[in-house]
Design a protein around this ligand. Structure first.
Ligand SMILES: Cc1cc2nc3c(=O)[nH]c(=O)nc-3n(C[C@H](O)[C@H](O)[C@H](O)COP(=O)(O)O)c2cc1C
Length: 155
């Protein structure tokens, strides 16, 4: 399955997970990067309000791919405004499969995967699975095993 990983990462934690996943499944990679950074509180408020932020050019036409994996951190229990924009810009999505990877500092429940799943299913895509890396799994190193196991579901 030809797969594209689209990753937003502000401090590098999600990027580390996404890059390991890329090696495991031999996927292509694109970075979701907001055009400009904002203060922490603005990030959290805009994420909570599900706002869009303009993003730098990246791969949004997925006609060459069978599967898309969206990777992002949790901000205020939600996905990031950059990812919301990315979902809006995606084209040629119908019938493609998708998976979701999120990393978070805490261990609580969060809406981010639901937001992404709803957004991509509305574009005619088919959900495979999601990987939620909690803060505890980042600290213990368990994220590596979780990522390897997740990769097996995608291949
Ligand atoms: C603005 C902001 C809001 C955050 N909100 C949450 C949150 O609601 N729950 C949580 O567990 N972690 C939260 N975090 C922590 C990040 O989700 C976590 O550190 C993540 O692994 C960072 O990924 P990155 O290094 O790829 O940016 C927040 C971080 C930022 C910057």
């Amino acid at each position: 399955m030809k797969t594209l990983i689209a990753c937003h990462s502000h401090t590098g934690k999600t990027l580390t997970v996404a890059q390991k996943l890329q090696k495991e499944i031999n996927a292509d990679f694109t970075r979701i990067e907001p055009v400009k950074d904002r203060w922490y509180v603005i990030k959290a408020i805009h994420a909570y309000l599900e706002k869009n932020w303009p993003i730098k050019p990246c791969t949004t036409d997925i006609s060459d791919y069978d599967c898309l994996i969206v990777c992002c951190p949790i901000w205020a229990g939600r996905t990031t405004p950059g990812v919301i924009q990315y979902l809006d810009e995606l084209i040629n999505t119908s019938g493609k499969k998708f998976a979701i990877v999120v990393t978070m500092g805490g261990d609580g429940n969060q809406l981010a995967t639901i937001q992404i799943q709803n957004g991509l299913e509305a574009k005619g895509m088919e959900f495979i699975d999601k990987l939620v890396i909690k803060g505890s799994a980042q600290k213990s190193g368990e994220w590596e095993t979780l990522t390897q196991e997740f990769a097996q579901k995608i291949i």
